[in-house]
Design a protein around this ligand. Sequence first.
Ligand SMILES: [Zn+2]
Length: 74
Amino acid sequence: MADIKCTHCGTMGLQAGFVRDSGQSAMGFASWVEGELERGIFGGAKLMGRQKWEIDAYRCPSCHHLELFAGRPS
Ligand SMILES: [Zn+2]
């Protein structure tokens, strides 16, 4: 997907990558969760029954803007 265009400045050829999650019990990458954020009694996000998607993040080498795509179920 190197032909992705930056929606902020128009540069072509964005750098592929992903958003890292290094928090407790994280799998190493962040995911997009369908539906609005709901918190449980301990403050954590309710995830049961929610569809989760891997996030592809493309970085613009000119203005450093990130373009995010959630195209694969995780
Ligand atoms: Zn840009």
